[in-house]
Design a protein around this ligand. Structure first.
Ligand code: NCD
Length: 309
């Protein structure tokens, strides 16, 4: 029996396969319930706080849309400058304050571990919308949901993760979920931006097949899913290093048509230059559908942690 009532959603490693399946199934049910009406009243009277100390387009608006479509309301802020952090308030005090207003808290913060720190002082469940280069579990769940939706299954699929695997929090959370599905993981990154060695070692110890390569073309040939990521400019202390690495991998329509026309193409977005615009009209370019799926998955999470479903 899966019961997520009162639980914080902090990192990918916290979930069992049964819980992942349950979240995806609830998301699917909510999607169906929204087919003939714009919103439900499941969370009527409940308040979600969205505390975004770092820039965001999708994650914040996706959480807010999810709450509105559940019939609840939203309070929050979208930058550290517009909160009392700019006056020197600690994260813990901000969270203790918001905890007096909200039934559930979604947050994003530049510090690794910040969501866990918030969860330690909040009574309301905390949903981690990205903690620095750490974790981004709600994105990872919507990514898995998208793979299942696009390809009909997760078990045994070959997932290629390409780009900034060092700082990318969506892939750090993602691998913790894929490991439950016997997915083969192919990791493509420049040397400086490889997946942290301790994560790769732990995955292998858990029996996950992991291959590392610097060649996108070789990896693309094997892929069921190609998950492109942005080089995380904001995590670099040396801008010259970022400038050197930012064009490392650029996926074009020509490459896909030549090497693997059936591949499902995903990206957490925002994209900078890593997928050319001519890819967008391919029917297997799934990245904007992925955005839409995020609302159903976040609806499921909000409804589950508040015990409304
Ligand atoms: C990602 C993030 O913020 O980690 N975007 C997102 O949440 N959809 C990826 C990124 O910023 O590159």
């Amino acid at each position: 029996m899966v019961n997520l009532k009162g639980k914080d959603i902090l990192d990918g490693a916290q979930f069992s396969r049964e819980e992942i399946e349950h979240i995806m199934d609830v998301a699917e049910r909510l999607r169906r319930r929204l087919q003939d009406k714009p919103s439900l009243d499941l969370l009527k009277g409940y308040v979600l706080a969205t505390l975004f100390f770092e820039p965001s387009t999708r994650t914040r608006l996706s959480f807010e849309t999810a709450m509105h479509r559940l019939g609840g309301s939203v309070v929050g802020f979208s930058s550290a400058e517009s909160s009392s952090t700019s006056k020197g308030e600690t994260l813990a005090d901000t969270i203790r304050t918001v905890d007096q207003y909200a039934d559930v808290i979604a947050m994003r913060h530049p510090q690794v571990g910040s969501a866990r720190e918030a969860a330690a002082v909040a009574n309301a469940p905390v949903l981690n919308g990205g903690d620095g280069a750490g974790q981004h579990p709600t994105q990872a769940l919507l990514d898995l949901y998208t793979v299942r939706h696009e390809r009909g299954k997760l078990d045994g699929t070959t997932i290629v993760l390409c780009g900034d695997l060092k700082y990318g929090r969506t892939v750090h959370a993602g691998v913790e979920l894929y490991k439950h599905y016997r997915c083969r993981l192919v990791m493509v990154a420049p040397d400086q931006l490889k997946m942290p060695a301790e994560i790769v070692a732990r995955l292998r110890e858990n029996g996950v097949e992991v291959e590392e390569t610097a060649s996108l073309e070789d990896a693309l040939a094997k892929a069921d899913v190609l998950y492109m990521t942005r080089i995380q400019k904001e995590r670099f202390s040396d801008t010259a290093e970022y400038e050197r690495l930012k064009g490392s991998y650029i996926l074009t329509r020509e490459m896909i048509e030549r090497i693997n026309p059936g591949v499902t193409i995903m990206h957490p977005l925002p994209r900078v230059n890593e997928i050319t615009a001519d890819v967008d009209s391919l029917k297997n370019a799934a990245y904007f559908r992925q955005v839409g799926n995020g609302v159903f998955v976040r609806m499921a999470l909000i409804a589950l942690v508040t015990g409304r479903i």
